[in-house]
Ligand binder design. Sequence first.
Ligand SMILES: Nc1ncnc2c1ncn2[C@@H]1O[C@H](COP(=O)(O)OP(=O)(O)OP(=O)(O)O)[C@@H](O)[C@H]1O
Ligand SMILES: [Mg+2]
Length: 223
Amino acid sequence: MIILIGNQKGGAGKSTLTLMLANYLCTEKQCRVTVLDMDYQQSLVQKFQRAKLLENPEAYQVIAASLEKFSDLYPLLQENPEDLVLIDLPGKLDDDGLIPLFQSANLVICPFGYDEFSFKSTVLFAVVLNKINPEIDIVFVPNRVKANVRYETREEVDEQLRKFGAVAGALPDRVDFQRVSTFSTPEAIRPVIRPVLDQIFVTHLSFLMDDLSANDLTAHDHE
Ligand SMILES: Nc1ncnc2c1ncn2[C@@H]1O[C@H](COP(=O)(O)OP(=O)(O)OP(=O)(O)O)[C@@H](O)[C@H]1O
Ligand SMILES: [Mg+2]
């Protein structure tokens, strides 16, 4: 199954959310996970290499990938459809390489902020995605939400985004998010992340996973 984590807005939290989701799916749901880092900065691959040097146990692989290489990788990914492939997308939309990726994804998770610029890029991202793959399931995740700030446009923004997909519970702005690494999410933020990821898992992932394993069983029946 292919899960994209994307938004063309830089710094929205794509890479952080990719790792938190990978850590959660491995440790709490015992899923088989692979992360493809398609961001040009390859920040997740670098983190992964550092973690390996420190000899932390590897719960999953982080593989450097690029949009151009996706068509070569796709047949390989399809060999094990029940494996979860999380793809950290680059923050730009003007690349034709995104089309096959958008067409083959099962789910898109889109972190965003409630500031005006983030909202505009998020809507644009959703419009493009929707044009390329009208069937796609999108979950928007409000990120870096500050407890003491009243966001005037919050309800309006949520309402606009619901035209394209679901809006998940919000993740707060907390400095501990900067310590999320490959293989571990700081203990201090797990209680605030868990309900959001549980909600995404239950409403968007578990039935997709059931579908895939049912297909897999029927495929084996015919062998
Ligand atoms: N909820 C949060 N609270 C505090 N800091 C956060 C939160 N989420 C992300 N950050 C921090 O914000 C910065 C940007 O996050 P991240 O790198 O995940 O975004 P990105 O969308 O992948 O950015 P880019 O577009 O550059 O790839 C990082 O320093 C990260 O640690
Ligand atoms: Mg990133």
